[in-house]
Write a protein of this length. Structure first.
Ligand SMILES: Cc1cc2nc3c(=O)[nH]c(=O)nc-3n(C[C@H](O)[C@H](O)[C@H](O)COP(=O)(O)OP(=O)(O)OC[C@H]3O[C@@H](n4cnc5c(N)ncnc54)[C@H](O)[C@@H]3O)c2cc1C
Length: 464
């Protein structure tokens, strides 16, 4: 017979990953009242918030204020944060499932999609994942360096990450200096010689995945404006049937095409209907060869791009590919190679007994931060449905088992440099204090050792 969800000790859940989907999952788990729940959140970095800290652009501080919501969730009496614990390295998946009634992976997408063209691995051809991690002070990208000594950078991709990267490359250093950008990136961007960032999309202007506010704010953030070729934003195939968002984007792009970029030092050039065919150079990137595309409309209204045979060669010293993040297989869980996600049915890992997924690793790298709330809620609903049906069974722990104590001592054996919520609060306070002294929201500590020094010196690692 299925156990009653209300019976017995609390349901003990491990959430792996402390980005938006991890926190929204924790919130959904803790806010329902039918079953008492305890949540332990594991994060491989010493700091929480996932891409809110290491993805969202530093010049978008308002978006980062969502972290206040995560701090409220973290303050819940039945929540614990364990940072600097890499699941799959410090602890195995099997060890987690042996100790927790359910394990929910919210590990995000750790890599990017490749272009698959010759020259992609030449020095100077880099992934936006690396560049974004670097300017946002992600410890694993702290040692990266990017050659910003050329005049032109090409960004392949027509989504918001491409716009973030282009904006950061074109922002006046004075403006960036008021943000929480990593200090090493601020210095490098201040000294950058880049005067043009060309953002290139494969299909037409109306098919770009930019969101309108991000597109509209570009001139405000750059020194000399945005360059759009009027020929590329004229009447579009299937224009009548375009979504409202696409029509809004098109209107903004046409405005740019009508306004010649003011003379200045740096500009963003938005170009469409081009597919990169090859990145060339003698030992490093020197130029990109593009196919020029024509647009076709299918019977279903889908607008596609076909190669016209025309070629265009664009000199550039830096090529950034921003064609999408991608999940990586995790701990032997079934992986959908095509979509780059852990195979799942509405959040329950396919074929697994007590394992669940939420966020980008569940549905792929799409949507805004808020999309992860609904996504995580769906997974948690699935989990409770499984509990009610009896397909999710709690561990039989016996009365002598004290989860609070056992888990902490076990973790300390595995990772003596464990960062608790208290340790993170110490890091947060130190970063904010350094920021307040220089008129910035925070000055990020970038090296793991620096972060651990602050957390471990004063935090007390004790059971709840
Ligand atoms: C460059 C960029 C800019 C963006 N800007 C915006 C924006 O302005 N506005 C907006 O609404 N959305 C933005 N987004 C989208 C938003 O960041 C995502 O929707 C969201 O972060 C996805 O949440 P997640 O929790 O699934 O993954 P993530 O945020 O990636 O969190 C995953 C977490 O899991 C941890 N982790 C991974 N593997 C392990 C492991 N093995 N053990 C322990 N921990 C692990 C990671 O360190 C990370 O902290 C942006 C995304 C990117 C890439």
């Amino acid at each position: 017979m299925a156990p009653s969800p209300r019976a017995g000790k609390p349901l003990i859940v491990a959430v792996v990953g402390s980005g938006p989907s991890g926190f929204y999952a924790a919130s959904s788990l803790l806010e329902q009242t039918a079953v008492p729940v305890r949540v332990d959140m594991f994060e491989r970095l010493a700091t929480p918030w996932g891409l809110v800290r290491s993805g969202v652009a530093p010049d978008h501080p308002k978006i980062k204020t969502v972290s206040g919501v995560y701090e409220q969730i973290a303050a819940h009496a039945n929540f614990r944060f364990f940072g600097n614990v890499h699941i799959g390295r410090d602890i195995t998946r099997e060890e987690l499932t042996a100790r927790y009634d359910a394990v929910l992976y919210a590990v995000g997408t750790q890599t990017d999609r490749r272009l698959g063209i010759p020259g992609e691995d030449l020095p100077g051809s880099v992934s936006a994942v690396d560049f974004v991690g670097w300017y946002n002070g992600h410890p694993e990208y702290a040692d990266f360096s990017f050659d910003l000594s050329g005049e032109r950078a090409v960004v392949i991709g027509a989504g918001n990450v491409a716009l973030d990267v282009a904006r950061l490359l074109c922002s006046p250093a004075q403006r960036l200096g008021r943000t929480d950008i990593a200090d090493h990136a601020l210095t490098a961007l201040r000294d950058s010689s880049i005067t043009e960032v060309m953002v290139v999309g494969r299909r037409g202007a109306a098919q770009a995945a930019f969101t309108t506010p991000e597109l509209r704010e570009l001139p405000e953030f750059t020194e000399s404006g945005v360059d759009v070729d009027p020929a590329e934003v004229g009447p579009q195939p299937g224009e009548e049937a375009l979504s409202r968002a696409a029509k809004r984007n098109l209107a903004v792009l046409r405005g740019y095409a009508d306004t010649p970029a003011a003379p200045g030092r740096r500009r963003v050039a938005l170009r469409f209907q081009r597919t990169p065919l090859e990145i060339r150079g003698d030992g490093r990137v020197e130029e990109v060869v593009f196919a020029r595309n024509a647009l076709t409309v299918g019977e279903d209204g889908w607008v596609g791009a076909v190669d016209t045979g025309e070629r265009e060669t664009v000199p550039a010293n830096l090529v950034l590919r921003a064609v999408g993040y991608r999940g990586v297989a995790f701990g032997g869980l079934p992986f959908d190679e095509r979509r780059g996600v852990i195979a799942n049915e509405r959040g329950r890992v396919t074929g697994a007994e007590r394992e669940y997924v939420a966020g980008w690793i569940k549905r792929g790298p799409t949507g805004i931060i808020g999309t992860n709330r609904k996504c995580a809620a769906e997974t948690v609903a699935r989990l409770f449905a499984d509990l009610a049906e009896g397909s999710l069974r709690r561990h039989d722990r016996g009365v002598a088992f004290d989860h609070d104590v056992e888990i902490v001592s076990w973790l300390l054996e595995r990772q003596p440099h464990l960062v608790t919520e208290e340790g993170w609060q110490l890091i947060d306070a130190a970063e904010r204090a350094a920021g307040a002294a220089s008129g910035r929201p925070r000055v990020k500590l970038v090296l793991t050792d620096e972060l651990l020094d602050i957390a471990l010196e004063r935090q007390s690692v004790t059971p709840r």
